[in-house]
Design a protein around this ligand. Structure first.
Ligand code: TYD
Length: 393
């Protein structure tokens, strides 16, 4: 399947940068042999993760709470009772999760290639190195710090094309009784909700329990637990451990059975997904065309990475969407990738409510709808497209 020509999802740009904007073909594929859903071509990592990386994890209050709970679960469930435990986080961003280990005096190390967000973490006192993780770095860390009791990653593993090198590095760095816990957007949810906007350059893989189990088994790591998470519109937390070191929970068997029942191992499921994406696209553009004809003001809410797939795949232009409101300073005053819709601060939205707000940050719907009650009271409405195109209050 192809979503066509796509820019870098977080590649917010200025007008003068338009002529050199980078594009690639966004084409997801499913492999019946290894069960992996992935994009076929990915831009070079340094085109996406660099010193001006636009994504700061700590912008959402709900995500801050989520990572506090994640850290708490690791401290209680894994580190408890261990002497001088050591925790590593891959892709630790601005330290949204590691701060909880740092604050408790737990030995920790963040690995974050995007220097600007890593600096934000270092500024908070969180020990962070700016590098891409792989076997080589794993060896260096092992020499300097010794093995890890827990290696964590959130919304990161799916970003890494050389999964094999990371899995080998993790296997080498983990203590024999250590665990590797990571979470990422979940394939089952994406398919069930036609949430095709999970597919963009950074998300090389959209994992399932089955594809994770198979990919890591090659490196002696066994899937021992799974736990669905509400974040990012539906995620899964995977716990892996050196083979034979701990028993797998019943949840793993159940999840694998559930995936088979959903048809995640069958190509037909992905053919149906493709049709559902096309239907979703026509409905969304039809709704936006209608609003434009009626002279309604439509504003995007949340300049998410996901929205880059939606705007470019659906052909949404600044004629449909006046601007996108976003609270991230680095995105403000810039244009959205490919579609070139201006990104403006939230104050703009508050200052003059539009008729409709196209909810690009649909994964934060609960948090956003709760704080934008005045917009609804003023007669505004949300236009959503996951799980289906709908106007809601
Ligand atoms: P996110 O949901 O993490 O999406 P993605 O992984 O697709 O980039 O990003 C949320 C974006 O929405 C981020 O740019 C901040 C913005 N945002 C707001 O502008 N207001 C809000 O209330 C929230 C929760 C997010």
């Amino acid at each position: 399947m192809s979503f066509g020509r796509m820019p870098i999802a977080n590649g917010f740009l200025t007008t003068s940068e338009i002529p050199s904007e980078y594009f690639f073909e966004l084409a997801p594929a499913f492999c019946e042999r290894c069960g992996m859903f992935q994009i076929a071509e990915q831009p070079e990592p340094d085109k996406m993760f660099h010193a001006q990386y636009a994504f700061y994890s700590s912008t959402s209050r709900y995500m801050q709470m989520h990572f506090e709970r994640f850290a708490g679960a690791v401290i209680r469930g894994v580190l408890n009772g261990r002497s001088s435990p050591f925790v590593i986080e891959l892709g630790s961003n601005d330290g949204i999760m590691l701060r909880h280990f740092y604050e408790r005096g737990i030995r920790h190390l963040g690995i974050e290639p995007s220097v600007n967000v890593a600096d934000a973490a270092r500024g908070r006192g969180i020990r962070t190195i700016s590098a891409f993780f792989g076997q080589k770095l794993a060896d260096d860390i092992l020499v300097e710090h010794g093995p890890a009791d827990a290696i964590l990653a959130a919304n990161v593993m799916c970003h890494i094309p050389d999964l094999s090198s990371v899995a080998a590095g993790v296997a080498r760095l983990l203590r024999r009784d250590g665990v590797f816990i990571f979470e990422d957007p979940y394939l089952g949810d994406m398919i069930a909700k036609t949430a095709y906007d999970q597919i963009y350059d950074e998300h090389v893989f959209i994992f399932s329990a089955d594809s994770v189990r198979r990919a890591f088994a090659e490196h002696g790591l066994e899937l021992v637990d799974v736990e669905p998470q509400p974040t990012h519109g539906g995620s899964m937390r995977y716990t892996l451990a050196p083979k034979g070191s701990r028993a797998a929970t019943l949840r793993v068997t159940e999840q694998l059975a559930k995936e088979r029942a959903q048809g995640l191992d069958k190509i037909e499921t992905y053919r149906a997904f493709k049709e559902n994406c096309e239907k979703s696209r026509s409905r969304l553009i039809h709704a936006l065309d209608g609003m434009r004809r009626e002279g309604k003001r439509v504003v995007g809410y949340g300049a998410t990475s996901k929205s880059t797939t939606v705007t470019n795949y659906c052909g949404i232009t600044p004629d449909h969407v006046e601007y996108i409101s976003d609270t991230t300073p680095i995105k403000q005053g810039k244009l959205s990738p490919g579609a070139h819709i201006p990104v403006k601060p939230h104050a703009e939205f508050m200052g003059k409510y539009p008729d409709y707000a196209l909810l690009f940050a649909w994964n934060h719907a609960a948090e956003i709808r709760e704080k934008e009650l005045a917009f609804i009271a003023a007669g505004g409405r949300w236009l959503i497209y996951v799980p289906e195109v709908k106007i809601v209050s």
